[in-house]
Design a protein around this ligand. Sequence first.
Ligand code: SF4
Ligand code: SF4
Length: 426
Amino acid sequence: MDQYGKQAYDEYRQILRAGIAAQFESCVRCGICAGSCSFYTETGEPRYTPIWKAELLRRAYEQDATLLGKLRSLLGWGYKWDYDTLKQWSVLDYEACTSCNRCAQACPMGISIGALIHKAREGLAAAGVVPEDLQKVTRKAVEEGSPLGVTREVFEERMEWIAEEWEVEIPTDLEGMDDLVVFTSIEIQKFPTGIAAIAKILNAAGLRWTISREGREITNFGAFVGDAAITKQIALRIVEAAEKLKVKRVIISECGHANDVMRWSLPNLLGHRPPFEVVHITEVMADLLASGRIQLKEGAYKGGPITYHDPCKVVRRGGIVEEPRILMKAVAGEQFREMKENREKNWCCGGGGGVISIGEAEPLRMKAFGVKVRQIEEIGAQVVATSCSNCRLQFVDGVKHYNLPVKVTTVSELVAAALLPGKGGN
Ligand code: SF4
Ligand code: SF4
């Protein structure tokens, strides 16, 4: 066991609890989870079987807590805990898993495989054996406040430009508003149309909202890497901004993992519930439509057959199932088509969980996208909308890679394009 192995092993010993042990003991090695993971189905490689990706953590459990494991170690037949071994697991756990947790739904024993793989990442992160690209963007997020270079100056410039270019008001650092809206670094740097769309909708509804220069983006690479301290540090930027501006709600823009972190992990990270509600933008828009605060022009959508991709962290972890569909149907009517596997059963896009930021993982993530190609072609969709900017980026890359005649957009942009002049005067 070298120093890297020791760090990972020690971390796992801290993490291992009865709940995790019970899950490993429950696995009957049926292999059913394999068929639910696009990294496996699109490559056929056994090493991409979901439960195998949690094997490093299982080995720690076996070695630390079982008679057989202890005996093996005593006889010198224990598992290897060194840098080279960890590096191999690092490739599997970071590059071939998006933490989508689709596998957990398939497992007849109810094992939360995605969560176990995430725990496996925690040991790798503790040992510092994280793919270099992922490590680099995480460092940037910690040191500069953003993985994609959204410094305070860049943020101000981008927001001013978006407001001017799309003629939309973006209230900034206003105290005492109801809502703080936080966008992702991908939206800020790559999809400004999404920001303009959300601003237009909120203004049309007459919501009292603001953005914050300090809590300026919601992307949390601590969660991807599996480092609780960094996850907390990044999340605290939003918490502090929300507290300073005295808002009642934090609205997560089109982002899946931020919804997960801010909604479900934050109370555990803080040790208490935050003093504000956390909602996803699709929930806000569905509420605004239901209450008549926004109205949509019938027949405004003319883009052809359209479908919705459920982001894993919005649907499976977030439980936000019908809201995007209500909005999509209101916009596109009969043109809306469901993919064969939809809602909680939807296939992952293959780019989440930090995978998209790892250069060397690109060929594999494009392979994993193959399942989305089939889903889209099966129903003849010409447009795909989603509600996560990370999924959106993966779709943009995937559509280009497979040369598909498909347009990629978001629910917010569809809603904004169909918006009737609203109460807010926009
Ligand atoms: S969480 Fe998703 S990507 Fe990871 S192993 Fe399970 S199905 Fe595959
Ligand atoms: S489906 Fe569940 S029980 Fe079967 S191999 Fe996978 S984790 Fe184990």
